[in-house]
Design a protein around this ligand. Structure first.
Ligand code: 9MR
Length: 518
């Protein structure tokens, strides 16, 4: 067994809350140590039903019954949609829980499922539907959600169909996790173990930035942060104020930084670096930005007016940062995702329609004009190793290199365990390095199909292989940045793509990455 796997196992066992064990037996039920409610409030539960029904019973007024099968827990003989496998759970009102279950049905092309709860107060039962999902015939499908219970005397969680009447179905991996951070401050720090190679960073969103305790943990692990959404045009543009200004000057722009401030303030206070994301993008950019008077019914403005707006937009952002956060933002994604996946040509967007096919070059020219000296400027994109996109990205990068306003390429890296292959990733990295550009792994995450031991192990190996590649190329990497920190807050939360779980406990992938650097 690899060292990280052993460490993971030990941590799980000592924490007393992990449901993974060697040999595939997955079952645990552990309790919080709160004095008043000891042995009453649940912190972690997971069952794959390999040991029996585990306290589950059929919710039915008639003939529905449960069978433990090789796959999990199957319900048969249902007479109505609410007939379901259910179980009593000792939950606490006001606490936040993550619920998840895999469902499988073989009866119809697709069926809608829900995790629901029946709770009662003074003998009166009431219900809530908590998670939804559609399961295609024969395909395991995960339903998950977070939920904060209200005040009730008891809680029964169950899995029911919504429509599709009375089909048989099977559940497995039903889990309930109390979302309390359980970070161990003695963990090795990613930023420290990689300090001599490259800064390791992470994207954070406003909600995370407002949580000081969480941010202190992130700051112990990461050296550079980027706002996941808060410096995108839809967060920064003040449309109402821009509309007023445009009455006198059609190129005028008004901006604000309300969403980004909590993160910028935190990083400023703690002396952490920030990477800015993103000045120009076809997505998350209000359509009215491109229209006369900033009105939805207005015509598109001319190329000249749009370039004037872009110039003002970038100038105002840089000026605000220089005044309020001097030196904090060390680099920017100037343009994001301008290349079309299927053709490798420029993606058609409001930018190409209004400015034209040189909008990327013009954006870099403007960014270079206003960015403080030494700020690194990147073009950022996904699916980099995939043909024909690689050629399209490289052609665009060549045009940018020729104009002299670009420093590097943001290699997004939203990957699955098996795809794309490591050699394709390496080839793409080397092709871009050969142009004399810096590289920045800008949005790394690795999806898995289920949060179980085999998948977590494969994910750990994939992370290890990628970080080995990054170490080989450390000389040309400005940073390796994860697109998020804990699985539950990822944009791909149902596919558990990051290094920490919902309670900020390190996953096997964390250990594989740390061990590699050591
Ligand atoms: O993580 C971001 C997510 O919260 C937003 O809903 C989404 C909307 O487009 O954007 C996500 O971030 C994207 C990034 O800005 C550009 N590359 C792809 C990222 C994931 O979609």
């Amino acid at each position: 067994m690899k060292k990280w796997a052993a460490l993971f196992l030990v941590l799980c066992l000592t924490a007393g809350a992990c449901a993974l064990a060697e040999g595939g037996a997955k079952r645990s039920f552990s309790f919080s140590s709160s004095e008043k409610k000891e042995a009453e409030s649940l912190t972690s539960y997971l069952s794959d039903f390999s040991g029996g029904t585990d306290g589950w019973y059929p919710r039915s007024a008639g003939s529905a019954s449960l069978q433990v099968t090789q796959d999990g827990l199957t319900i048969v003989g249902r007479e109505s949609t609410w007939n379901s496998p259910g179980r009593d759970f000792p939950l606490e009102a006001g606490k936040k829980y993550t619920l998840s279950v895999d469902v499988l049905q073989d009866a119809v092309d697709q069926a809608k499922f829900m995790i629901s709860v029946a709770h009662s107060k003074n003998g009166t039962e009431s219900y809530e539907n908590l998670a939804n999902g559609t399961a295609k015939k024969g395909e395991w499908t995960t339903l998950s959600c977070t939920w904060t219970p209200g005040v009730f005397d008891n809680y029964v969680l169950y899995v029911e169909t919504s429509g599709n009447g009375t089909i048989d179905f099977t559940i497995r991996n039903f889990s309930v996790e109390l979302n309390e951070l359980r970070y161990d401050a003695s963990l090795p720090s990613l930023k420290e173990v990689y300090a001599k190679y490259f800064p390791v960073g992470a994207a954070v969103t406003q909600g995370e930035a407002l949580d000081q305790k969480r941010m202190d943990i992130y700051a112990a692990q990461f050296a550079i942060f980027t706002p996941g959404n808060e410096l995108k045009p839809d967060s920064v543009l003040d449309i109402a104020a821009s509309r007023k200004l445009a009455q006198d000057d059609p190129t005028a722009v008004a901006v604000h930084f309300d969403a980004a401030k909590p993160m910028l303030d935190y990083c400023k206070e703690k002396g952490l670096a920030v990477h800015g994301h993103v000045l120009v993008w076809h997505s998350q950019t209000p359509d009215v930005f491109f229209r006369e008077g900033y009105n939805a019914t207005g015509k598109f403005v001319s190329r000249e007016v749009m370039l004037g707006r872009l110039d003002n937009y970038v100038r105002l952002i840089m000026a605000y940062m220089q005044e309020n956060y001097p030196g904090l933002i060390v680099s920017w994604d100037v343009v994001n995702e301008a290349i079309d996946d299927s053709t490798g040509n420029l993606r058609q967007s409001n930018w190409t329609k209004v400015v034209g096919d040189d909008f990327v070059e013009r954006a870099f020219e403007i960014a270079r004009k206003y960015a403080p000296e030494g700020t690194k400027l990147y073009y950022n994109d996904y699916n980099t190793p995939m043909a024909p996109k690689t050629d399209g990205i490289c052609a665009l990068l060549e045009r940018l290199v020729a104009e002299g306003n670009i420093d590097g390429y943001g290699f997004q890296s939203h990957f699955a365990v098996g795809n794309p292959g490591l050699s394709k990733i390496r080839q793409a990295m080397e092709r871009i390095e050969a142009m004399g550009l810096r590289l920045r792994v800008s949005e790394l995450d690795i999806t898995i199909k289920a949060n179980d031991e085999p998948n977590l192990r494969s994910q750990a190996i994939r992370y290890e292989n990628l970080f080995s590649l990054y170490l080989e190329h450390a000389a040309s990497l400005d940073a390796v940045q994860l697109w998020g920190v804990s699985d539950d807050l990822s944009w791909l939360a149902p596919q558990y793509p990051l290094l920490f779980d919902a309670r900020m406990q390190p996953k096997p992938a964390f250990w594989s990455v740390v061990e590699l650097a050591k």
